[in-house]
Design a protein around this ligand. Structure first.
Ligand code: NZQ
Ligand code: ZN
Length: 387
């Protein structure tokens, strides 16, 4: 078991109607708020009006229009400009992971005199950040309980995930009823994203019975509850359990004491989203089974055996490679069964830029050090197998 240094400072407030506590929570941070949100879903579900009403005694500035795969320019830059100009005390992010990730970059950029890109690329480490409060409206990324953010820069085809302890939200409100309106596409993509967060931690050299048990249960919970959410989008219990499983996903708590994995599927998916602006969870679902097939070997097979038996109930008496292959097929079939397009061509990606993307990943994501190392040719092969 590996050593670790772990702290999560985020306060989680979970349940139906919890947003009523918003004024009291915001009061602890100051009166000037930057309210960040996306393309309008929070207005459609009445949350925007609810927030404005609850915070009528505060001074609110707004940054709307944050896109999925949030963009450095204009959203991060514009948010930093407002924070500095208006001397903002706290950021309130209302929306999905993209709004929150953008808010995290703004929070750190607001306290930095140089180009905020320096912080995203680790050229400079953040010394502080504005406090962030969020109301998360989509179960997927776990950004509400982690210190990561992912920012895209269109002109350089960069989509960079970065971590900094200053990026933990101070408070996250999780009301599953706000996720009732999430589309089938985004519900399925969110499930695939959260499942992949777990797999990125599960498939490693050195794990524990404890971590494996957590993760196997979380995978089963996500698969069962995502199907229930798709059948009945207003199933509170299913939305709630899915939300919490997603919240834990990226925090690191599932893999305390486990060895380094390199998060290879995320490394590869970042290029797909950066070059083609696709939905993150769909890109992951497409890549994951192909990555699994690619890395299956004498060295890795025992993890697939455990995964296959404990998550999918595959017969433990079969040959180890048969169990592993059945587990990979079951993974593919599950994603397909929740309506995810399972080929890159289905999401508008063809052969033309595969080598360019593989080169970009190989140069930027450090996957040669992953548990099952991936070089440029491996990455290109996985992309081609995903077409
Ligand atoms: O923009 P609006 O109008 O709000 O609509 C959004 C968006 O179109 C919509 N939506 C959100 N909540 C809704 C809703 N529609 C109806 N009802 C609601 N309650 O859903 C669409 C997608 O939203 P987005 O925020 O992009 O989705 P998600 O939460 O999946 O975030 C994806 C981003 O997070 C990054 C991804 O790379 C991607 O950029 N990730 C961040 C991580 C982190 N910080 O830890 C980890 C993940 O691996 C992930 O990489
Ligand atoms: Zn992800």
């Amino acid at each position: 078991m590996q050593g670790f240094d772990y702290q999560t400072p985020t306060r989680l407030i979970f349940g139906k109607g919890v947003v009523e506590k918003l004024p009291e929570v915001m009061d602890g941070f100051g009166k000037k708020i930057l309210l960040t949100y996306g393309g309008g879903s929070i207005k459609k579900i009445g949350l925007y009006d609810e927030v404005k009403n609850l915070l009528k005694d505060f001074e609110i500035f707004e940054l709307p229009g944050i896109q999925p795969n949030p963009k450095y320019d204009p959203s991060v830059l514009e948010g930093v400009r407002i924070c500095k100009e208006k001397d903002i005390d706290v950021i309130l992010s209302v929306g999905g992971g993209s709004v929150l990730d953008c808010s995290k970059a703004i929070a750190a950029g607001a306290k930095y005199e140089g180009d905020p890109w320096d912080l995203i690329t680790y050229k400079v480490r953040a010394k502080s950040a504005l406090p962030i409060v969020d109301i998360i409206t989509l179960a997927a990324t776990g950004s509400e309980y982690d210190m990561g953010g992912v920012i895209s820069r269109t002109e350089t085809n960069d989509k960079i995930g970065y971590m900094d302890p200053h990026l933990f939200p101070a408070v996250s409100f999780l009301d599953p009823t706000y996720t009732f309106s999430v589309s089938k596409k985004q519900t399925a993509a969110g499930c695939a994203d959260a499942m992949n967060h777990i797999m990125e931690q599960y498939f490693c050299e050195d794990s524990t019975i404890l971590n494996d048990g957590f993760m196997e249960a979380a995978l089963k919970s996500l698969m069962i509850n995502a199907k229930k959410c798709l059948e009945n989008p207003k199933d509170y219990t299913a939305r709630a359990e899915m939300m919490l499983a997603c919240t834990y996903g990226c925090n690191g708590i599932y893999s305390l004491g486990s060895s380094y994995t390199g998060w290879p599927c995320h490394g590869m998916e970042h290029a797909l989203s950066a070059y083609y602006d696709i939905t993150h969870g769909e890109g992951l679902a497409i890549i994951t089974p192909r990555w699994m097939k690619h890395i299956l070997s004498e060295k890795t097979v025992s993890r697939f055996v455990k995964y296959g038996i404990n998550v999918f109930g595959i017969d433990a008496n079969l040959d180890k490679f048969e169990i592993a292959n059945k587990a990979i097929d079951a993974t593919y079939k599950f994603f397909e069964s929740i309506g995810i397009p399972m080929h890159l061509k289905d999401v508008g990606i063809d052969e033309s830029r595969i080598d360019e993307m593989a080169c970009h990943v190989a140069e930027n994501e450090g996957l040669e050090n992953a548990w099952a190392p991936l070089l440029q040719k491996d990455i290109a092969e996985i992309f081609r197998a995903s077409l």
